[in-house]
Design a protein around this ligand. Structure first.
Ligand code: SF4
Length: 440
């Protein structure tokens, strides 16, 4: 989400005539876009902001903008007291305050930051920063901002605010403009992306607005985009419409990010996730029945307050049984401002958290190694993004990382390859001979 937000800031600044510099001392404007999902990330961001103070002292005309979750939707006033050398504070996903600051006078008649942002974004046509135009193959497009869930370990709702879905027209306009600039793959973003549209009432009928499946059908018609993905989903909202859309639409990739967070029902209740282990298993079974080649990723937190060894083993068993393609693993840590930190005791010893993490890590490595071995000798279509250390890097529809040696320019092309080697984290492949080469 922050990468997408930063692109929008870069785009707006270039629209005002600024250019990117690699050297911080040369900058007229510094934007620090922050993530504070963990306390350690917030500490790091704060250290980085503080390190900018001497630059401001040397150059009082320098504009420093702190953006993102460290500011949050309501935190600007508090931050101003703590960091008096910072000129502008912007909430997540909103370049408006910075643009207003830089254009004071020019847009004085515009009433609010949102109007300014819309003006600069040219009615949701996103013009990528120059450095990325016709180079960026895969772009992120936020479709739902904020989150109205209340997972007890999570700071995001209080930082990014309640759920707000973007109108379909805005999203389509943005995706079209990205297609015109050479983007081939779009990843739709939301904290709970499968809740897209649930906050938009249909003004004519009074019923609910569009859902993610309907949005995917509309976007599928945009010419030039080869692949669509979306993340992150929530098990409670992953409905039949969405499963059908993935199964039916060839350019919607069979890859799903569906966090379980824990495999024990009591821990899930304590986390306020809103589903049981069995319900999660049922959704995976349903997805696999309709989309057998679908790859599925999950997120897991180990060592949540009160998690016993037995409860952890429930998580271990779920992961072992379901054999998912990716598991993003995290150790629970205190996060000021969350319900878990306020009301629960962080009582799982660090060495137990670490051991549990390693157990899942080892298990997952074996699982994914086995899954990837099935690709050996198979033909798959790969979308190539860039050349890294002499090899082209791309991804399969199931989001597996593939490297291919070729002297040709493969950037932005979807080409069939044969997989020649597999490991848990990547694969190697050879380009399949093209028909015209065979006939020669
Ligand atoms: S669903 Fe839960 S974990 Fe995800 S952003 Fe919302 S509150 Fe946080």
């Amino acid at each position: 989400m922050n990468v997408a937000d930063s692109q929008r800031v870069g785009s707006s600044l270039e629209h005002l005539g600024y250019t990117l510099t690699e050297t911080i001392e040369e900058a007229d404007v510094i934007v620090l876009n922050t993530c504070v999902v963990r306390q350690s990330a917030e500490d790091k961001a704060m250290g980085r902001v503080t390190s900018l103070a001497p630059l401001k002292k040397k150059n009082p005309n320098l504009v420093i903008n702190v953006m993102g979750c460290m500011v949050g939707v309501r935190g600007a006033e508090k931050m101003r007291e703590r960091l008096p050398f910072v000129d502008v504070f912007s909430p997540p996903s909103d370049p408006g305050p910075l643009i207003s600051h830089l254009t004071q006078g020019q847009v004085r008649s515009m009433e609010d930051a949102e109007t300014t942002r819309r003006f600069l974004m040219m009615d949701n046509e996103l013009i990528l920063p120059v450095a990325e135009q016709n180079k960026l193959i895969s772009a992120h497009v936020p479709i739902v901002y904020g989150c109205s869930h209340a997972c007890t370990f999570c700071i995001i709702p209080s930082k990014r605010g309640g759920e707000r879905s973007r109108p379909v027209g805005d999203i389509v306009a943005e995706v079209r403009s990205l297609a015109r600039q050479g983007v081939k793959e779009i990843t739709l973003l939301g904290q709970i992306v499968d809740r897209y549209g649930k906050d938009i009432p249909d003004t004519l009928t009074g019923t609910r607005g569009p859902n993610l499946a309907a949005l995917l059908h509309v976007l599928h018609e945009v010419e030039g985009i080869e692949r669509f993905r979306f993340l992150t989903s929530h098990p409670n909202y992953f409905d039949d419409d969405l499963i059908e859309a993935i199964a039916e639409l060839p350019r919607v990739m069979p890859h799903i990010e569906l966090p379980i967070q824990a495999g024990d029902d009591e821990v899930l209740v304590n986390m306020k996730r809103g589903y049981t282990q069995q319900q999660y298993r049922d959704i995976i079974a349903k997805i696999r029945a309709r989309i057998p080649d679908c790859s599925i990723a999950t997120d897991i937190i180990v060592g949540f307050p009160g998690e016993t060894e037995e409860q952890f083993m429930e998580t271990y068993r779920v992961l072992s049984d379901l054999k998912l393609d990716v598991a993003h693993l995290a150790r629970y840590s205190l996060r000021e401002g969350t319900v878990a930190t306020r009301k629960m005791e962080d009582n799982v010893p660090e060495e137990d958290k670490l051991r549990r993490l390693h157990m899942l890590d080892d298990l997952q490595e074996q699982i994914v190694d086995e899954i990837n071995k099935k690709y050996l000798g198979q033909k798959v279509d790969v979308l190539f993004e860039e050349k890294v250390k002499g090899r082209w890097r791309g991804r399969t529809p199931t989001n597996k990382l593939v490297f291919v040696e070729s002297e040709d320019d493969l950037r932005g092309k979807v080409l069939p390859v044969t997989v020649t080697w597999t490991g848990p984290w990547s694969m190697q492949a050879q380009l399949q001979r093209q028909p015209e080469l065979i006939s020669l």
